[in-house]
Design a binder for this molecule. Sequence first.
Ligand code: ASP
Length: 306
Amino acid sequence: MIKHLRSAADLDAATATLILDTAGEMASLAGREVKKLPTLRGRTVVNLFYEDSTRTRISFEAAAKRLSADVINFSAKGSSVSKGESLKDTALTLQAMGADAVVIRHQASGAPHRLAAWVDGSVINAGDGTHEHPTQALLDAYTMRSRLGRLDGLRVAIVGDVLHSRVARSNVLLLTTLGASVTLVGPPTLIPLDVAALSRSTKVSYDLDSVLPDMDVVMMLRVQTERMQDSFFPSAREYSRRYGLDLARMRRLPEHAIVMHPGPMNRGMEIAPEVADSSRSTIVEQVANGVSARMAVLYLLLGGKA
Ligand code: ASP
């Protein structure tokens, strides 16, 4: 088993499949009255969050607690980071406290790689800048596999602000490793060539309507205005008209196809509320599956057996 999960590229098909299978075992716990396993008793998991988060942070905390680990939550706000302490000095403090795993979210791409050089424990990337978010890709793959029964041969459209999306990067890497084919869709200004080049089979389209009838999965991305210094499209209304998923567009999908979104959503912009709340939407399921996927990652990286 790998020691760190810094990128979805750390996962080969066998390792990724083992994590998804283990997540399935973990999910069966969720239906029990007592949801805890004693597996990580006495181990310490630190959640080190330099950027805002709702789902990912709560999800990692729930995952570690369900495995009986001791959990330390650290947020940059209210810590010595606001006094200018460097990531390295914070890492050395965590090291001195004996962290077995550090879950890090950071605004700088590559921060988990740096951290892994400074701590002895496992480092898990919970989102670094616009770079990667590998556990999101795992929970997305898990959701697709449980809804559609397979990943191999699945046709997945990833739609919208690919440029600023760490979710898109990690999904392209993981899904293509597992045999799915990915089409990136959005305005040319938001589809960087380096993401398309992450795997040879990945395609690009600027026309959402023509792509939808051939897809098994459509994954809508949030338009990340907080990371935009330029204007990448004429107006929110124009964006929504061309690339927003509304009911009429959703009807172009094959009947079995599912609609995903990593959250948080801009309802009415990239996704219409009626689509987000429809029976094809897996958005709430993705959140629930996130806990199982992160339990599997913590369990396996910290030495659990398959
Ligand atoms: N929650 C995801 C992330 O942290 C997606 C998003 O923010 O749009 O990358």
